[in-house]
Design a protein around this ligand. Structure first.
Ligand code: DGL
Length: 268
């Protein structure tokens, strides 16, 4: 069995393109329909009810475009809305939290795991709960790092300011001597050099987007949903607001030129 319908991916904005980056690498035959809710970003500082409402609108929009699978690239939406969406949709849904937590447990040598993310992700306790389910003896320390998002969006991910802020945010995780750190936000892979420098070379850094791409490949295979590879894949990008910064920002998250059409839509 195989299926040439596209994979739907949504995020609060353009950060989810750090997840698409891994999908393009690992699943090159798959078509992708991406929705970035750029008019309402950030989700990370909003209430759980609002994030769930936005996530439902995002997912229904993608379902309306005939996708075969929905990927929640946004950590905040995965943490707060994955269960809700899985219960409502007839198509399979996968967020970044489960693959990210599983990868951290697999990679951790001593079970001393840290997680950083938005306020919404960290206060939901989703990563913490899942890690403990998979490894009951784990010690897990969570730390919100809200200023990392604007630093990445302003092209300042590797600036001296980012290094200073990282020192402050990551002090608790250094003190806890974590051996593995989950980069639990779409934007944080861009800050990886600064986080690596602050945490030292021995700490394993986990990119949940990468872990999701691995898990998605297995799920598509299990469900008989892989693309046939007989047709060239297409990539379609939707955003709810398009600013002058769109192109450079999108390409910095994607790590490549943006190929495919870009359209603006209204979800409300
Ligand atoms: N995409 C969000 C996440 O991964 C970060 C940006 C936001 O707060 O919306 O949690």
């Amino acid at each position: 069995m195989s299926d040439d319908r596209p994979i739907g991916v949504f995020d609060s904005g353009l950060g989810g393109l750090t997840v698409v980056r891994h999908l393009l690498r690992l699943l090159p035959s798959e078509s992708i329909v991406y929705l970035g809710d750029t008019a309402r970003v950030p989700y990370g500082s909003r209430s759980p009810e609002t994030v769930r409402k936005f996530a439902r609108q995002d997912a229904y929009f993608l379902a309306g475009h005939g996708v075969k699978f929905i990927v929640i690239a946004c950590n905040t939406a995965s943490a707060l809305a994955e269960e809700d969406l899985a219960g409502r949709l007839a198509i399979p849904v996968l967020g970044v939290i489960k693959p990210g937590a599983a990868a951290a447990v697999r990679l951790s040598r001593g079970g001393n795991i840290g997680v950083i993310g938005t306020r919404g992700t960290i206060s939901s306790g989703s990563y913490q709960r899942l890690v403990r389910q998979l490894l009951p003896s784990a010690r897990i320390t969570g730390q919100p790092c809200p200023l990392f998002v604007p630093l990445a969006e302003e092209g300042a991910a590797c600036s001296p300011a980012a290094a200073l802020i990282a020192e402050e945010y990551l002090a608790l995780l250094q003190a806890a001597q974590v051996d593995t750190l989950i980069l639990g936000c779409t934007h944080y892979p861009l800050l990886e050099p600064v986080i690596r420098q602050t945490m030292g070379s021995k700490v394993m850094l986990v990119d949940p987007g990468r872990a999701l791409a691995d898990q998605l490949r297995c799920r598509l295979e299990e469900l008989g949903l892989e693309a046939t590879g007989r047709r060239p894949p297409f990539h379609r990008y939707f955003v709810t607001d398009c600013t002058a910064q769109f192109q450079p920002l999108a390409e910095s998250f994607l790590g490549a030129p943006l190929l495919g059409s870009v359209e603006q839509v209204d979800l409300e």
